[in-house]
Write a protein that binds this ligand. Structure first.
Ligand code: HPA
Length: 267
């Protein structure tokens, strides 16, 4: 399946060889709209599914951004949509086969760290996999990575420093911290958020961890950035809604896109 997806995409994208991959989270789709040179709908690609979340388009977008050849996922597959974990990470394997060596993963998250405010951006320095599943379970594809891959530097430390530097230069304030993934789709209870904090998490979300594991396994350098869209349950007294998350992502959109574009330039 992997080879047929790669063959199909290469037929459409010709000699465009991306070096950088970007998974666009809620609100960041505009980057793909702005730069789209070639686009391929997920529904047409063998092994891909159509995305079902409102606010997420479903297509691969190829474009040159600030001198770099980039492939963007406009919309991603979430485990909570009912896709198998293999489907969730399939596009990452495809990107690797297309030549992507550096992957920027973005997401919307809830702030667990009480000093975070809605619309803050957080560089992910490490993660906790609380999804109860690992995307590498099953027969190992030795052509992509090792059976027991080291995860001690999953978010490439050198790139964490680079992102901080870019934040500084572009005037985009950045938080940093640990991202913990639950499966969703329900938001957490206050007790779960308290647990996440005790375990060392600064933000909670429902994505990114499977993709980061597979990217790192396959030898890609990974950058993770969260848009803190709300205070996670119990951190502040107000309740949570998807609309609020989308509104905060939209508010952060311009600075987020500016940051990502400058990171791409420096990769
Ligand atoms: N929890 C989990 N995922 C999220 C949240 C949250 O509070 N906000 C945005 N995505």
């Amino acid at each position: 399946m992997l080879e047929s997806a790669v063959r199909f995409i290469k037929e459409r994208s010709g000699d465009f060889k991306p070096d950088v991959g970007v998974i666009l989270g809620s609100g960041l789709g505009e980057l793909a709209n702005e730069y789209c040179q070639i686009s391929i709908d997920y529904k047409d690609i063998p092994g891909f599914e159509a995305s079902t979340v409102v606010g997420h388009k479903g297509r691969l977008v190829f474009a040159e951004i600030n001198g770099k050849k980039v492939v963007m996922m406009q919309g991603r597959f979430h485990f909570y949509e009912g896709h198998s974990i293999q489907k969730v990470v399939f596009p990452v394997k495809v990107m690797k086969r297309l030549g992507v060596e550096k992957l920027i993963i973005t997401n919307a998250a809830g702030g667990v760290n009480a000093s975070f405010k809605p619309s803050d951006l957080m560089i992910i320095t490490d993660h906790i996999n609380f999804m109860g599943i690992n995307p590498l379970i099953g027969i190992n594809d030795d052509s992509l990575g090792l059976r027991f891959p080291d995860m001690s530097e999953i978010y490439t430390p050198e790139y964490v420093e680079l992102v901080k530097k870019v934040g500084h230069e572009t005037g985009v304030d950045l938080q940093e911290g640990v991202y913990l993934a639950f499966t969703g789709p329900s938001y957490e209870t206050p007790a779960e958020v308290k647990m996440a904090r005790i375990l060392g998490a600064d933000a909670v979300g429902m994505s990114t961890v499977p993709e980061a594991i597979v990217a790192s396994w396959a030898g890609m350098k990974v950058i993770g950035i969260s848009c803190i869209c709300n205070s996670a349950a119990g951190v502040s007294t107000v309740g949570l809604s998807h609309e609020e998350v989308i509104a905060a992502a939209n508010k952060a959109k311009d600075k987020f896109i500016k940051l990502v574009k400058e990171i791409i330039r420096k990769l």
